[in-house]
Design a protein around this ligand. Structure first.
Ligand SMILES: Cc1cc2nc3c(=O)[nH]c(=O)nc-3n(C[C@H](O)[C@H](O)[C@H](O)COP(=O)(O)OP(=O)(O)OC[C@H]3O[C@@H](n4cnc5c(N)ncnc54)[C@H](O)[C@@H]3O)c2cc1C
Length: 379
């Protein structure tokens, strides 16, 4: 494996860094405090090619691989975990599901809009009573002539309200049958389809989260992704790739927290010297640097396998599990290193800590990653 940073990664990292410093950093606390999802910023990122990073150019995307995708998410995560999460969800979940499992007709219809940011995408698996245990989902669809009729609720859906299109996983067979779930493309404005914003989140508050409600929503047969009954298997593959993106956002948060801590520790003086001189603080920084390096190598390995078209179930779980826990640890240590100042919104540490926590929950909790890893190493 050669993880030398290539020219595209450097170019993307610099472009995203410049964009984030100009368009995101000055507004992060305003969006965070007021729970504003800046859709205009998403559109601008679409123009820059950041909303279809691994989508081939023939479908309107940037045609890059997962190394470049990682580079973009890391730079965004350093500045705002919420915006980085939105970009990850848009690319990997909705857009990724259609790209990896959709028909040629569906790809031609939806990918150019999604990859350029003309449309924002959402992806709905989770329900109020079924999160980790997604196979027990209650949202159902039955066939009526040439149409499917969906009834039920999805919750915690990123871009559920502002999204122009959603891929939703719905029960079309028996409970607990892994061949009993189907993926549907549902466009905003379809009669019976509505959404309600979820407020008062701990972190990633600039990323919109919503509940989706389906009340006799009629969907044409042409909006079924792949074969009827194959949705759950598709979703698990989508999540395998998605976990590389959450690991990348986690890395961005961890690096942002580390860099802010390093700067602060060199500048802040106590007992007549910079606090970085105290071994207790220097060792915190050493741990953060070591764990970030390890998390990055795990994520690069998973990205490398994904670029080669290989299965990444175990490696994606390794990367997501470890990088997300490192992000929480780095956010926590950043607050500690900054002392009382770290405990205020005047300094970035508290936001890194709040945003980091979602990374151990979304797209499968840390406990579920351990289940995935255990299943892979035991079988
Ligand atoms: C901000 C945000 C954005 C999100 N975006 C999306 C989205 O775009 N699309 C989408 O579909 N979902 C989304 N989610 C949902 C997310 O994926 C779920 O919250 C997550 O999968 C956990 O499900 P749950 O919240 O129901 O927790 P539960 O499944 O109820 O878990 C509760 C606790 O029990 C533990 N647990 C559960 N089962 C086991 C087990 N077998 N062994 C050990 N421990 C277990 C969990 O690890 C956790 O600690 C989002 C969530 C948030 C908060």
């Amino acid at each position: 494996m050669d993880f030398t940073i290539n020219e595209n990664q450097k170019m993307i990292a610099q472009m995203v860094k410049d964009f984030a410093e100009k368009e995101i950093r000055p507004n992060v606390m305003h969006w965070d405090e007021n729970e504003i999802f800046p859709i205009d910023v998403m559109k601008k990122m679409g123009e820059l090619g950041l909303l279809g990073i691994f989508i081939p150019q023939e479908y309107g995307g940037s045609g890059f691989g997962y190394f470049e995708y990682m580079a973009a998410l890391i730079e965004l995560g350093k500045v705002c975990g919420g915006i980085a999460l939105s970009v990850a969800a848009h690319n990997s979940l909705c857009t990724g599901h259609i790209y990896y499992h959709g028909s040629e007709e569906q790809k031609r219809k939806y990918l150019p809009k999604l990859a350029t940011g003309e449309w924002i995408g959402a992806w709905g698996l989770t329900e109020p009573n079924t999160g980790s245990d997604a196979m027990r989902m209650k949202c159902v669809a039955h066939k009526d002539g040439n149409e499917w009729v969906i009834n039920g609720t999805k919750t915690w859906i990123t871009h559920g309200l502002s999204g122009d299109v959603a891929v939703v996983l719905v029960r079309t067979g028996e409970l607990l049958d892994s061949n009993g779930i189907t993926a549907f493309i549902v466009e905003k404005g379809t009669p019976g389809f509505s959404a309600v914003k979820i407020k008062n989140k701990l972190g990633v508050r600039a990323s919109e989260t919503a509940e989706l409600i389906f009340d006799n929503v009629r969907i044409p047969e042409s909006n079924v992704i792949g074969e009827v009954g194959q949705g759950f298997k598709q979703a698990m593959k989508v999540l395998d790739g998605g976990r590389i993106s959450i690991a990348s956002v986690s890395l961005g948060i961890a690096k942002g927290a580390y860099e802010a801590s390093l700067k602060y520790a060199k500048e802040r003086e106590q007992f007549g010297q910079p606090i970085a001189n105290f071994q207790a603080i220097a060792f915190k920084l050493a741990d953060m640097a070591t764990e970030i390096e390890a998390a990055e190598l795990l994520t690069l390995k998973a990205a490398d396998l994904k670029n080669r078209g290989e299965k990444v179930t175990k490696e994606g779980a390794f990367a997501k599990y470890y990088a997300s826990e490192v992000a929480v640890k780095c956010g926590n240590e950043a607050v500690q290193i900054m002392g009382g100042y770290g405990f205020t919104k005047e300094f970035p540490a508290e936001k890194y800590l709040r945003d980091s926590k979602l990374m151990t929950i979304g797209e499968g909790t840390s406990e579920i990653q351990k289940l995935v890893i255990a299943r892979n190493i035991l079988n």
